[in-house]
Design a protein around this ligand. Structure first.
Ligand SMILES: NC(=O)c1ccc[n+]([C@@H]2O[C@H](COP(=O)([O-])OP(=O)(O)OC[C@H]3O[C@@H](n4cnc5c(N)ncnc54)[C@H](OP(=O)(O)O)[C@@H]3O)[C@@H](O)[C@H]2O)c1
Length: 323
């Protein structure tokens, strides 16, 4: 089978299109013919040699969509369309390939109203977003901020929070054109940080209240500004570092509102948390309350271009490989 493998973790040129044997279906695994694979910043972190625990050579691709060929039993009959996330593309070969033997518990049936390309970009962003909201104690009426409306996490948290009845589901962008695009897509609580500081925008939108929950995948200055808008008893979840792994915080932003900060690692979630998150996500997908956004698709052989487009082009929506 064809697969896009990182032969070395030395940047984009480490990616090579190669032939590998089709994986074997062992007990508890389901053979999935991959139709589309989501491109994520994790691919870039691994390819740059900055991810703990990944070993080259490694087929990248942490999430994907496809069709069940064998081993799914009555839950996932042959021919059913599935999407999944797991340790694929991080600690074992991933979805940038024609077949993956997927652990059954990682699979989720794709709702009929979602196509494979959109589905391939759902698992990482939406599972992470939903788990983050749950751990932060999200309830209807809460005020939520997730920076980077065009990014996968920012967009998924914003859509989920809105779909689940947040009082405010706020986001941001550093790019004026993306702020306009967000408005056109119906995201009306996006702070354009080319015009206004993140904190000022959040206080304007919430009439001074701030955010009960901040979910931050950006790090750097965005994280420290996010801490500055926490409401009384609020929390910030840090889960990514698109801008920077380092930041400086003003501790009074935690002390005065008795707020908290926590980390989130999706590779360390109990199965029950993932199952609960899938239930919420699938129900909102079926009702149309959340709508995954795909910016651009690339062919498997173009995986390096696809990743460069995600990291350097900073598109609005997901980048997906069609297999
Ligand atoms: N902990 C976990 O388990 C977990 C799970 C999923 C993802 N993550 C991590 O979360 C992070 C975000 O992932 P993602 O998929 O949302 O990324 P993404 O789709 O690539 O979006 C990142 C966004 O961040 C903004 N950005 C990039 N550089 C910036 C900078 N220097 N300053 C300010 N904003 C900047 C850009 O938005 P604008 O251009 O609009 O400003 C960009 O679109 C990544 O580090 C990813 O690895 C972690």
């Amino acid at each position: 089978m064809r697969a896009m493998r990182a032969e070395t973790f030395s940047g984009y040129e480490g990616l090579k299109l190669i032939e590998l044997p089709k994986p074997a279906v062992t007990k508890g695994k389901v053979m999935v013919r991959i139709t589309a694979a989501g491109v994520t910043p994790l691919d870039y972190t691994i390819l740059s040699g900055k991810f703990h625990g990944s070993k080259a050579p490694l087929v990248l691709g942490n999430e994907g969509a496809g069709v069940v060929e064998e081993g799914g039993g009555t839950d996932f009959p042959v021919g059913s369309r599935v999407m999944f996330f797991g340790t694929y593309g991080a600690f074992e070969d991933g979805t940038d390939s024609e077949w993956v033997a997927v652990r059954k518990e990682d699979l989720c049936l794709i709702p009929d109203n979602v196509d494979d390309v959109s589905a391939a970009g759902i698992p990482v962003a939406y599972l992470t977003a939903q788990v983050a909201l749950t751990l932060a104690g999200f309830q209807t009426g809460k005020t939520v901020l997730a920076p980077a409306i065009g990014g996968s996490i920012g967009n998924a948290v914003t859509q989920l929070a809105r779909g689940l009845g947040a009082k405010h589901a706020m986001s941001s962008t550093t790019n004026h054109a993306k702020a306009e695009q967000a408005k056109a897509l119906g995201f009306n609580e996006v702070v354009d940080t080319s015009l206004e500081k993140l904190g000022d925008g959040v206080r304007r939108i919430t009439s001074g209240y701030g955010a009960d929950i901040v979910v931050d995948g950006i790090g750097g200055e965005v994280l420290s500004e996010g801490l500055g808008v926490l409401a009384l008893g609020g929390s910030l979840t840090t889960l990514g570092y698109s801008a920077s792994r380092k930041t400086t915080i003003d501790v009074t932003n935690l002390i005065v509102p008795q707020a908290s900060i926590r980390g989130l690692n999706m590779f360390a979630q109990p199965q029950a948390a993932i199952t609960d998150a899938w239930n919420v996500i699938v129900s909102l997908l079926k009702s149309g309350a959340i709508k995954p956004i795909v910016a651009k698709t690339f062919l498997l052989a173009e995986a390096a271009d696809a990743l460069r487009y995600l990291i350097e082009g900073r598109p609005f929506g997901r980048v997906v490989l069609t297999i």
